[in-house]
Design a protein around this ligand. Sequence first.
Ligand code: MN
Length: 216
Amino acid sequence: MKYSFAPNVPVTLPVANSHENFPVRRIYCVGKNYADHIVEMGGNAKRDEPVFFTKSAQTIVKNYSKIPYPRNTTNLHYEVELVVAIGPNGIFGYSVGLDMTRRDVQKIAKSKGGPWSRAKNFPNSAVCSNITPSDQVKIQNAEIKLLKNNEIVQKSNISKLIWSINEIISYLKHDMDLKEGDLIYTGTPAGVGAVLPGDILLGQIDGLEEINVEFV
Ligand code: MN
Protein backbone atom coordinates (compact mmCIF):
# COMPACT_ATOMS: atom_id res chain seq x y z
CA MET A 1 0.00 0.00 0.00
CA LYS A 2 1.41 3.36 -1.01
CA TYR A 3 0.02 6.26 1.01
CA SER A 4 -0.06 9.80 -0.36
CA PHE A 5 1.44 10.87 2.98
CA ALA A 6 2.19 9.22 6.33
CA PRO A 7 -1.08 8.01 7.93
CA ASN A 8 -1.96 9.22 11.42
CA VAL A 9 -0.65 7.12 14.29
CA PRO A 10 -3.60 5.53 16.19
CA VAL A 11 -4.69 7.41 19.33
CA THR A 12 -4.22 5.23 22.44
CA LEU A 13 -4.96 5.31 26.16
CA PRO A 14 -2.80 3.51 28.73
CA VAL A 15 -4.40 0.52 30.45
CA ALA A 16 -4.03 0.75 34.24
CA ASN A 17 -1.88 -1.91 35.97
CA SER A 18 -0.48 -3.17 32.66
CA HIS A 19 1.90 -2.27 29.84
CA GLU A 20 -0.91 -2.39 27.27
CA ASN A 21 -2.35 0.54 25.40
CA PHE A 22 -5.98 0.72 24.26
CA PRO A 23 -6.32 1.85 20.61
CA VAL A 24 -9.23 4.28 20.32
CA ARG A 25 -11.61 3.96 17.35
CA ARG A 26 -14.74 6.09 17.81
CA ILE A 27 -16.06 8.18 20.72
CA TYR A 28 -19.79 8.12 21.39
CA CYS A 29 -21.29 10.49 23.95
CA VAL A 30 -24.65 10.44 25.71
CA GLY A 31 -26.33 13.71 26.69
CA LYS A 32 -29.17 14.09 29.20
CA ASN A 33 -28.47 10.96 31.25
CA TYR A 34 -28.75 12.29 34.83
CA ALA A 35 -32.05 13.90 35.89
CA ASP A 36 -30.44 16.70 37.92
CA HIS A 37 -28.34 17.81 34.92
CA ILE A 38 -31.38 17.86 32.61
CA VAL A 39 -33.13 20.16 35.10
CA GLU A 40 -30.12 22.52 35.37
CA MET A 41 -30.03 22.78 31.55
CA GLY A 42 -33.71 23.75 31.47
CA GLY A 43 -35.07 20.39 30.26
CA ASN A 44 -37.76 18.06 31.56
CA ALA A 45 -36.24 14.98 33.19
CA LYS A 46 -39.44 12.97 32.88
CA ARG A 47 -39.91 13.63 29.17
CA ASP A 48 -36.47 14.14 27.60
CA GLU A 49 -34.81 11.11 25.98
CA PRO A 50 -31.02 10.90 26.08
CA VAL A 51 -29.27 12.27 23.00
CA PHE A 52 -26.19 10.84 21.27
CA PHE A 53 -23.32 12.69 19.62
CA THR A 54 -19.73 11.83 18.70
CA LYS A 55 -16.20 13.14 19.04
CA SER A 56 -13.14 12.23 16.98
CA ALA A 57 -10.47 10.01 18.52
CA GLN A 58 -8.04 12.85 17.76
CA THR A 59 -9.74 15.01 20.44
CA ILE A 60 -8.47 12.72 23.25
CA VAL A 61 -6.39 14.31 26.03
CA LYS A 62 -4.54 12.09 28.52
CA ASN A 63 -3.97 12.42 32.25
CA TYR A 64 -1.67 15.18 33.56
CA SER A 65 -1.95 17.23 30.35
CA LYS A 66 -1.79 21.01 30.21
CA ILE A 67 -4.68 21.97 27.94
CA PRO A 68 -4.69 25.23 25.99
CA TYR A 69 -7.94 27.19 26.39
CA PRO A 70 -9.78 26.56 23.09
CA ARG A 71 -10.43 29.13 20.37
CA ASN A 72 -13.81 30.71 19.63
CA THR A 73 -15.39 30.40 23.07
CA THR A 74 -15.68 32.47 26.21
CA ASN A 75 -17.64 29.81 28.09
CA LEU A 76 -15.73 26.51 28.12
CA HIS A 77 -17.53 24.03 30.43
CA TYR A 78 -16.47 20.81 32.17
CA GLU A 79 -18.71 17.73 32.35
CA VAL A 80 -17.32 14.81 34.39
CA GLU A 81 -18.46 11.44 33.03
CA LEU A 82 -17.95 7.70 33.35
CA VAL A 83 -16.32 6.44 30.14
CA VAL A 84 -16.98 2.85 29.05
CA ALA A 85 -14.26 1.31 26.83
CA ILE A 86 -15.40 -1.45 24.46
CA GLY A 87 -13.13 -4.44 23.73
CA PRO A 88 -13.46 -7.53 21.50
CA ASN A 89 -15.61 -9.28 24.14
CA GLY A 90 -17.86 -6.49 25.39
CA ILE A 91 -16.91 -4.03 28.12
CA PHE A 92 -13.09 -3.82 28.30
CA GLY A 93 -12.82 -1.24 31.08
CA TYR A 94 -13.74 2.15 32.48
CA SER A 95 -12.21 5.62 32.68
CA VAL A 96 -12.98 9.01 34.15
CA GLY A 97 -13.66 11.46 31.34
CA LEU A 98 -14.33 15.16 30.86
CA ASP A 99 -16.68 16.01 28.01
CA MET A 100 -15.40 19.54 27.43
CA THR A 101 -18.05 21.76 25.86
CA ARG A 102 -18.03 25.19 24.26
CA ARG A 103 -21.31 26.08 25.99
CA ASP A 104 -21.79 29.40 24.18
CA VAL A 105 -21.40 27.67 20.82
CA GLN A 106 -23.81 24.91 21.92
CA LYS A 107 -26.40 27.49 23.02
CA ILE A 108 -26.42 29.09 19.57
CA ALA A 109 -26.61 25.65 17.90
CA LYS A 110 -29.56 24.66 20.10
CA SER A 111 -31.43 27.89 19.34
CA LYS A 112 -31.02 27.31 15.59
CA GLY A 113 -31.68 23.55 15.73
CA GLY A 114 -28.19 23.03 14.28
CA PRO A 115 -25.63 20.27 14.96
CA TRP A 116 -23.50 20.25 18.12
CA SER A 117 -20.21 19.38 16.38
CA ARG A 118 -18.49 22.72 16.93
CA ALA A 119 -19.66 22.77 20.57
CA LYS A 120 -18.44 19.26 21.39
CA ASN A 121 -15.96 17.91 18.81
CA PHE A 122 -13.09 20.42 18.93
CA PRO A 123 -9.37 19.91 19.70
CA ASN A 124 -8.64 18.58 23.23
CA SER A 125 -12.35 18.15 24.05
CA ALA A 126 -12.28 14.48 25.14
CA VAL A 127 -10.25 14.32 28.35
CA CYS A 128 -9.80 10.70 29.49
CA SER A 129 -7.98 8.89 32.30
CA ASN A 130 -6.14 5.60 31.93
CA ILE A 131 -8.52 2.65 31.44
CA THR A 132 -9.12 0.33 34.39
CA PRO A 133 -10.02 -3.20 33.19
CA SER A 134 -13.64 -4.09 33.97
CA ASP A 135 -12.69 -7.19 36.00
CA GLN A 136 -10.80 -4.97 38.49
CA VAL A 137 -13.70 -2.71 39.53
CA LYS A 138 -17.39 -2.74 40.50
CA ILE A 139 -18.84 0.35 38.86
CA GLN A 140 -22.63 0.08 39.39
CA ASN A 141 -22.74 2.06 42.65
CA ALA A 142 -19.53 4.04 42.34
CA GLU A 143 -19.42 7.70 43.37
CA ILE A 144 -18.49 10.17 40.62
CA LYS A 145 -16.95 13.50 41.53
CA LEU A 146 -15.24 16.51 40.00
CA LEU A 147 -13.07 18.98 41.89
CA LYS A 148 -12.14 22.37 40.41
CA ASN A 149 -9.14 23.88 42.20
CA ASN A 150 -9.71 21.46 45.13
CA GLU A 151 -13.42 22.36 45.52
CA ILE A 152 -16.13 19.78 44.76
CA VAL A 153 -18.30 21.07 41.88
CA GLN A 154 -19.98 17.84 40.69
CA LYS A 155 -20.93 14.83 42.79
CA SER A 156 -23.28 11.95 42.03
CA ASN A 157 -23.44 8.17 41.72
CA ILE A 158 -23.28 5.88 38.69
CA SER A 159 -26.50 4.23 39.94
CA LYS A 160 -28.32 7.45 38.94
CA LEU A 161 -27.73 7.01 35.20
CA ILE A 162 -31.13 7.25 33.48
CA TRP A 163 -30.00 4.90 30.72
CA SER A 164 -27.84 2.16 32.24
CA ILE A 165 -24.50 1.12 30.76
CA ASN A 166 -26.06 -2.03 29.27
CA GLU A 167 -29.00 -0.09 27.78
CA ILE A 168 -26.63 2.41 26.15
CA ILE A 169 -24.52 -0.42 24.72
CA SER A 170 -27.51 -2.26 23.29
CA TYR A 171 -28.86 0.98 21.81
CA LEU A 172 -25.54 1.76 20.10
CA LYS A 173 -25.13 -1.84 18.88
CA HIS A 174 -28.57 -1.66 17.30
CA ASP A 175 -28.25 1.85 15.89
CA MET A 176 -24.54 2.16 15.02
CA ASP A 177 -21.54 -0.15 14.70
CA LEU A 178 -20.19 -0.39 18.22
CA LYS A 179 -16.83 -2.21 18.05
CA GLU A 180 -13.61 -2.79 19.96
CA GLY A 181 -11.75 0.48 20.44
CA ASP A 182 -14.90 2.53 20.94
CA LEU A 183 -15.36 4.77 23.97
CA ILE A 184 -18.74 5.81 25.37
CA TYR A 185 -19.02 8.97 27.48
CA THR A 186 -22.15 8.17 29.51
CA GLY A 187 -23.36 11.66 30.48
CA THR A 188 -22.78 14.15 33.28
CA PRO A 189 -24.58 14.89 36.56
CA ALA A 190 -25.53 18.40 37.73
CA GLY A 191 -22.95 21.04 38.56
CA VAL A 192 -21.43 21.76 35.14
CA GLY A 193 -19.62 25.07 34.97
CA ALA A 194 -16.94 27.21 33.41
CA VAL A 195 -13.18 26.65 33.25
CA LEU A 196 -10.60 29.41 32.93
CA PRO A 197 -6.86 29.32 32.24
CA GLY A 198 -5.08 28.37 35.48
CA ASP A 199 -7.88 26.08 36.65
CA ILE A 200 -7.07 22.49 37.65
CA LEU A 201 -9.73 19.79 37.21
CA LEU A 202 -9.58 16.53 39.15
CA GLY A 203 -12.16 13.90 38.20
CA GLN A 204 -12.70 10.82 40.39
CA ILE A 205 -14.83 7.68 40.22
CA ASP A 206 -14.53 5.04 42.97
CA GLY A 207 -12.16 2.26 41.86
CA LEU A 208 -10.79 4.03 38.78
CA GLU A 209 -7.60 5.97 38.13
CA GLU A 210 -8.39 9.69 38.46
CA ILE A 211 -8.01 12.35 35.79
CA ASN A 212 -6.03 15.49 36.55
CA VAL A 213 -5.57 18.25 33.99
CA GLU A 214 -4.68 21.94 34.00
CA PHE A 215 -5.95 24.62 31.62
CA VAL A 216 -3.41 27.14 30.38
MN1 MN B 1 -21.63 15.28 28.31
